[in-house]
Design a binder for this molecule. Structure first.
Ligand code: ZN
Length: 142
């Protein structure tokens, strides 16, 4: 007898198992995963350490503008963008309205929670609050 290869095993997998590929729950989980990845991809990051600071969805207009250019008392110019939240920012210091760039709002410093880089300011009053982040310290979808 010449050794014939054994007959290839017949695929007895029931057809219905293929439906598993279209399991709606798996699809949803997959979609959620890719959403999560795209969220990270679109995140606004600390330029110094890549820590996620905020997301483009949190961008807000203040006085009808997205970008505000200001000069501080030392003559340094900043382009800042306003966000209604910034999970990756640490707010520090006592609120002050000294030389505030937004009338009616007091400000505090904002630092990257990961590396401590100064990334902007937190503005607040009794009714409202937002983050004014320095574009020069951020990267990503800004
Ligand atoms: Zn950082």
């Amino acid at each position: 007898m010449i050794g014939l290869p054994p007959p290839s095993p017949v695929d007895k997998t029931p057809r219905c198992l293929e439906l598993g590929d279209e399991d709606p729950v798996a699809k949803i989980l997959e979609a959620m995963k890719s959403d999560d990845e795209s969220l990270k991809k679109n995140a606004i990051l600390c330029k110094q350490c890549d820590h996620v600071i905020t997301f483009p969805e949190d961008l807000i207009t203040i006085n009808d503008r997205f970008i505000h250019t200001f000069t501080n008392p030392s003559g340094l110019q900043f382009d800042i963008q306003c966000y209604h939240s910034a999970e990756g920012a640490l707010v520090s210091g006592k609120p002050t309205d000294f030389f505030t760039w937004f009338k009616g709002y007091a400000w505090q410093f904002c630092y990257c929670k990961n590396c401590g880089n100064h990334i902007g300011w937190f503005y607040s009053n009794q009714e409202d609050q937002f983050f004014g982040l320095n574009l020069a310290t951020l990267k990503g979808d800004i």
